[in-house]
Design a protein around this ligand. Structure first.
Ligand code: SF4
Length: 379
């Protein structure tokens, strides 16, 4: 019998096929199992009533169905749902489900997925960056964040006898790998997860509906350009000159703009895909009209789109969003320079929706509780 990984979603199609084969069951059982997990969103083997009981019992002793336990769920005024998960080894990661209104039934549900516990890049404005790096997430831990929210939506429909926000389209329509961690620093696990999320045998979501965010890992951007799946790329730029970017996104010291921007041009040329640049606006730091012009000059001629995001406030940090007027002036300056630009809404403001904020609070609480219990013991 081949070595069986602990979690179902850690398995590639080929690995599951081999496991089923080794049990002596017909090969179509593997397809049935995948359908139960990825499409019917089963959370227990008991639901899989078209599979023989003995087969289910055998699998249940060997393969865990899911790897995440939700330990905290917060719902924001705008409908954003943020969940903190505990992993099998006790580590925690967070993910968010965001709702974007569409016309009629065309509303979109986007899941923002984490790829690492903590992050080594250490961006100065990011709560995750302050936590340091713990480990990469496995393919299954990445996939399970999506399945958790797909199941969450399914349950909401059942509860309300309609979808959240009365929208009939309750499928997750987009996945963005923009949660905790630098996705491209965990390339192989991320890619295995993407292949299963995209596969018709798996979750079946179009590759174009997935976006990978990066702080600017140049070798991996080049590798991504060669991939066949049309997954989108978003580069977190935040500054158009090295001195400031070194401070905001320290990986810039290794891959400065002279390397990053040509890699983006090469990515666009090889893949034929348009990429996006994320630009978080910080009051008094990178929000002047001169900086808007420098940004426009830097990316001139690139097939790209700029997403402007007024920064989230992080407790204990001096970073703050600019005034609404300053944000609009920056946006207009980019438009005047013929740059495609969209002003993004900040989601889940009231529930720590910025990357790593919920986990930071959780860790702080855990720390406080430990201190309290140590003090209690001393008393
Ligand atoms: S912004 Fe992204 S890359 Fe930077 S520290 Fe946070 S998680 Fe890491």
């Amino acid at each position: 019998m081949p070595k069986i990984p602990a979690g179902f979603t850690e398995l590639t199609c080929l690995q599951l096929d081999r496991i089923v084969e080794s049990t002596g069951e017909p090969s179509y059982r593997a397809g049935q199992l995948r359908k139960w997990i990825y499409q019917r969103l089963a959370i227990s083997y008991d639901e899989m009533t078209d599979l023989p009981l003995a087969f289910r019992e055998r699998l249940s002793r060997q393969i865990r169905l899911h790897s995440l336990v939700p330990v905290h769920i917060a719902t924001g005024n705008d409908g954003t749902v943020k969940t903190l998960f505990q992993l099998v080894d006790g580590q925690t990661v967070e993910s968010a489900l965001m709702f974007y209104d569409g016309v009629g039934e065309n509303g979109r549900y986007t899941v923002c997925v984490s790829t690492q516990v903590g992050c080594a890049v250490g961006c100065s404005f990011c709560a995750t960056g302050r936590q340091g790096f713990e480990r990469n997430l496995t393919p299954g831990e990445i996939i399970d964040q999506v399945l958790y929210f797909a199941h969450y939506l399914k349950e909401e429909v059942k509860k309300n006898n309609s979808s959240p926000k009365n929208n009939k389209n309750t499928r997750i329509s987009n996945i963005v790998f923009m949660g905790m961690g630098e996705p491209l620093a965990n390339y192989d696990n991320l890619w295995q997860a993407i292949e299963m999320l995209n596969s018709p045998e798996g979750f079946g979501l179009g590759a174009r509906n997935m976006v990978i965010s990066t702080s600017g890992l140049v070798p991996q951007i080049k590798r991504l350009a060669e991939e066949k799946l049309q997954v989108g790329l978003a580069v977190s730029l935040h500054a158009a000159e090295n001195e400031l970017r070194n401070k905001l996104v320290p990986i810039n010291k290794k891959y400065p703009l002279e390397k990053l921007i040509p890699a983006c041009r090469e990515y666009s040329r090889l893949s034929g895909r348009r990429l996006s640049f994320e630009y978080a606006l910080f009051k008094g730091l990178n929000d002047s009209l001169t900086q808007a012009q420098a940004l426009a000059e830097l990316i001139k001629g690139l097939k790209c789109h700029v997403n402007l995001i007024p920064a989230n406030r992080i407790s204990g940090s001096s970073f703050a969003p600019p005034s609404h007027g300053a944000v609009l002036a920056f946006e207009n300056e980019l438009k005047r320079c013929h740059i495609n630009v969209t002003l993004r809404q900040r989601r889940g403001q009231d529930i720590d929706a910025g990357c790593g904020q919920l986990r930071s609070r959780f860790l702080k609480n855990a720390e406080d509780n430990i201190i309290k219990s140590v003090l209690a013991e001393k008393v």
